[in-house]
Write a protein of this length. Structure first.
Length: 118
């Protein structure tokens, strides 16, 4: 079971990803403007790391949004198709080549299963 801190980190990560993808920014572009490492930004977006207030402020500045908007973890997030693709892409980039191929095959099977059972 996730702790409250883990849940909040995950929600903030979702919000960072959503704002970034809505602005058509790559992780690398946002990380560069925030002066943080792109791999760290990826871990933040996946909710694997709990950012400091200073880091959150830098990210809000990079996204050109108020810090309060980034921190509003009670706001609903309506995922878009593009955001879903970005999430999958972000996750796959952290894998080895063989692992990425395996995941792609699993996704293809899931899609086929969903279509067959629709």
């Amino acid at each position: 079971m996730k702790t409250e801190r883990e849940k909040i980190s995950y929600r903030i990560g979702e919000r960072i990803r959503r704002f970034r993808t809505e602005q058509h920014l790559s992780q690398e572009a946002l990380a560069l403007s925030c002066e943080i490492h792109p791999a760290y930004l990826g871990r933040l977006e996946r909710g694997e790391k709990c950012p400091t207030v200073d880091t959150l402020y830098k990210i809000a500045q990079g996204l050109k949004i108020p810090l309060s908007e980034l921190l509003d973890v009670t706001a609903e997030i309506n995922p878009t198709h593009k955001a879903a693709i970005d999430r999958i892409e972000t996750a796959i980039f952290s894998l080895s080549e063989n692992e990425a191929v395996e995941i792609a095959e699993i996704i293809e099977r899931l899609i086929a299963f969903k279509r067959d059972n629709a």
